[in-house]
Design a binder for this molecule. Structure first.
Ligand code: GLY
Ligand code: MN
Ligand code: MN
Length: 429
C-alpha cells in the first residue's frame, strides 16, 4: 500500500471510514474542458489520476481497507477521451483491495457506512455527493434496527494538511525537479528577452521549457508584467510590449508530477538596471535574502513577516516612499501601500499548499521537511501619490522556494540568479 495512504489510516480515528472523491472535470467553454488536474488530497493518497473516482478508506475492515470506485473500461468512450484503468487496473495497478464502477457507489453507500462512528468527508466541494451522503445518513438513522449510522462527518483536511505539509524524501526530489525546471525557464527568459518583444513571448518561452521538460503545466497562471504591469499582483494578461528601460516581473513555476515550484524574478528588459530600479531592487533583495537566511526549524511566519516588514519599511523611509517613525509605520502596517501581500506560503502539491499557519491560535514553528516560499516585494503604482517620481511604475518581487532542513534550510531555486551583477552578466551573453 502507498505509504501516504497507510499513514492516513493510522491517523484516522478508531472506527472511522473516509470518502475521498476525485476532482470534477472543469468546463472551459461550452463542451470543452480544461486539461484534467486531480484533486491534491485524492492524488496524494491514491496516485490515481482519473476523474469520476471515489476512494473509500476503511482501516478496520479485514480485507477491503482501500476501495476505488472508478469509471469502468468502455472502448467506445476511451476512443474519445482516453484510456481508463477500469476496475481491474484499479486493483492491479493502483493497489485497491476492491474496485467497482463509480455508478455503484451510491447503492453501496449504506453498507459501506454501516457501523462506522465517523465518516471523513469534505463537505461543500461536491454538492451532489454532499446531498447523497447526507440523505443516506438520514435514511440510515430512520432504519436504526438495520443500520448504525456514523455520528459525525469530519473534514479529512486537518489530517491530510498536516501530512502534506511535511514532505518525504521522495516528495522533496520531485519538488527539486519542479524547482529546477522552473529555474531553468527563468534563466531562458533572462537570456532571451529583448525590447519590443511581447510579454506573451516570455510566457511562451517559459511554458515551452516546462512542457519540454516533462512538467504537466505551469503550477499557476504565469505572470509576465513589463513596466507598471509588475505592480499588478496577479497580472496574467501578458499582452503588452516590453519596453526598453523597463523591468519585467516574471512569476512562473512548473508543476512536475503534481508538485509545484513558484519562482519570481524581476529583471531589466534591456539587460541593465537603471538607478531607481536598482534602488528598489536592492531593498527587496536585502529583505528577501535576510528572510531566506532565517528559515530553519522553530522559526515562525510571524518572525519572517516581521523581518520583511521592518526591512522594507526602513528602505521605504530611506527612499522617500514613506515618512514618519519606523516603529509606528510598522505597527500601523503603512508599508502595505507598497508591500501588500505576505512574505510567503507553504508549497507542495498546491502552490498555496495545505497545512495550518497557526496552531491553537499561536504562530506555528516551521518543521524540517516543510517547503515555503520567501517572496517580499515593493510595488509603486504608476499613479501613486506623494512618492518620488523616479519610482513610479516600478514593481519588484523576488521569490525562492526553500526547504526547511534539520538544522537550517536549502534553497531549491538557487539555479536562477537574483543578484544584480549576476543577472546583468547572464543577460549580457
Ligand atoms: N505565484 C503565486 C504566488 O506567488 O503566491
Ligand atoms: Mn508564491
Ligand atoms: Mn509566485
Amino acid at each position: 500500500m502507498r505509504t501516504q495512504l497507510a499513514e492516513f489510516m493510522r491517523r484516522m480515528e478508531p472506527g472511522s471510514v473516509a470518502v475521498i472523491p476525485a476532482a470534477p472535470e472543469a468546463t472551459r467553454s461550452n463542451d470543452t474542458h480544461y486539461r484534467y488536474r486531480q484533486d491534491s488530497d485524492f492524488y496524494y493518497l491514491t496516485g490515481f489520476d482519473e476523474p469520476e473516482a471515489i476512494a473509500f478508506v476503511a482501516p478496520a475492515h479485514p480485507e477491503r481497507k482501500f476501495m476505488l470506485f472508478v469509471r469502468p473500461r468502455d472502448p467506445e468512450q476511451e476512443t474519445w477521451t482516453g484510456r481508463r484503468a477500469g476496475v481491474v487496473g484499479a486493483k492491479e495497478r493502483h493497489g485497491a483491495d476492491a474496485a467497482f464502477p463509480v455508478t455503484e457507489f451510491r447503492e453501496k453507500l449504506a453498507e459501506l457506512l454501516n457501523g462506522a462512528r465517523t465518516v471523513y468527508y469534505r463537505l461543500g466541494v461536491h454538492p451532489d455527493l454532499d446531498e447523497a451522503l447526507i440523505k443516506q445518513l438520514a435514511e440510515m438513522r430512520t432504519r436504526s434496527r438495520q443500520f448504525t449510522a456514523p455520528d459525525s462527518i469530519t473534514d479529512p483536511g486537518a489530517i491530510l494538511g498536516e501530512m502534506r505539509l511535511v514532505k518525504s524524501d521522495a516528495e522533496i526530489e520531485l519538488m527539486q525537479r519542479a524547482a529546477d525546471i522552473g529555474a531553468e525557464a527563468h534563466v531562458l527568459a533572462m537570456q532571451n528577452v529583448r525590447p519590443g518583444m511581447y510579454e506573451y513571448e516570455i510566457e511562451a518561452l517559459i511554458e515551452y521549457h516546462f512542457r519540454k521538460s516533462g512538467a504537466a503545466a505551469p503550477a499557476y497562471g504565469t505572470i509576465c508584467g513589463g513596466g507598471a504591469n509588475a505592480t499588478i499582483l496577479h497580472y496574467i494578461t501578458n499582452d503588452a510590449p516590453l519596453r526598453d528601460g523597463d523591468l519585467v516581473l516574471v512569476d512562473a513555476g512548473a508543476e512536475y508530477q503534481g508538485y509545484a515550484s513558484d519562482i519570481t524574478r524581476t529583471f531589466p528588459v534591456n539587460g541593465r538596471f537603471t538607478a531607481p530600479q536598482r534602488e528598489i531592487y536592492e531593498a527587496v533583495l536585502a529583505a528577501q535574502t535576510a528572510c531566506v537566511e532565517m528559515v530553519k526549524p522553530s522559526v515562525t511566519w510571524d518572525d519572517l513577516n516581521d523581518r520583511a516588514a521592518r526591512m522594507l519599511t526602513e528602505s521605504m523611509l530611506r527612499l522617500g516612499l514613506l515618512e514618519g517613525d519606523v516603529d509606528r509605520l510598522i505597527e500601523e502596517k503603512t508599508y502595505r501601500r507598497f508591500f501588500m501581500h505576505g512574505v510567503g506560503h507553504f508549497l507542495g502539491l498546491d502552490v498555496h499548499d495545505a497545512g495550518r499557519y497557526k496552531l491553537d491560535g499561536e504562530p506555528r514553528p516551521l518543521d524540517p521537511g516543510v517547503v515555503v516560499t520567501v517572496e517580499p516585494g515593493i510595488y509603486v503604482a504608476e499613479d501613486a501619490e506623494g512618492v518620488p517620481d523616479r519610482y513610479r511604475g516600478i514593481g519588484v518581487r523576488i521569490e525562492d522556494d526553500v526547504l526547511v532542513t534539520g538544522d537550517g534550510h536549502r534553497v531549491l531555486t538557487s539555479k536562477v540568479p537574483k543578484g544584480i551583477e549576476e543577472i546583468e552578466k547572464l543577460m549580457a551573453h
